[in-house]
Design a binder for this molecule. Structure first.
Ligand code: HEM
Length: 122
């Protein structure tokens, strides 16, 4: 039986923790913080929940994602190659903090790489 990436990462709680640390670090990051400037806490909480829902669905968990597609959700934000590189550094750091090992870390990176062309838009 194939065990989903969702289960191998530790299920809902592990993914929620991962997403929460990622958003916390991205929004307070010197380079990436501008994307979340002047947003209220409630809006950021809603975005975080959408990110969790999306990651649960994409990794094989049971979730109905109600947010937008990645291309639409990030269109016009001016996300550059350099922003993407910084984002990946933060993901790598959070994965390390949470003890994500091989082969899951490679699968997470491949998943993100496949989304890059929809998200980087300058
Ligand atoms: C440099 C990389 C990224 C930046 C700066 C960024 C920034 C943002 C911002 C500012 C929003 C809020 C949009 C709004 O309120 O209109 C957002 C929404 C979202 N992002 Fe990202 N993002 C990045 C990468 C990613 C990646 C890799 C994923 C998926 C794994 C992702 C998933 C989402 C989701 C699910 C939403 C909510 C969509 C919705 O509102 O319908 N983002 N992102």
């Amino acid at each position: 039986m194939t065990v989903s990436l969702y289960d191998r990462l530790g299920g809902y709680d592990a993914i929620a923790m991962f997403a929460s640390r990622l958003v916390d670090q991205a929004k307070s990051d010197d380079q990436l913080g501008r994307f979340w400037a002047n947003r209220g806490d409630d809006r950021i909480a809603r975005e975080l929940q959408l990110l969790i829902d999306y990651l649960v669905r994409e990794t094989g968990g049971q979730m109905y994602y109600t947010g937008r597609q990645m291309l639409q959700a990030h269109a016009g934000m001016g996300i550059s190659e350099s922003d993407w590189k910084r984002f990946i550094e933060i993901v790598t750091g959070v994965a390390g903090e949470l003890g994500v090992g091989a082969p899951e870390d490679g699968e997470v990176m491949a998943f993100l790489d496949a989304l890059k062309s929809d998200i980087v838009n300058v």
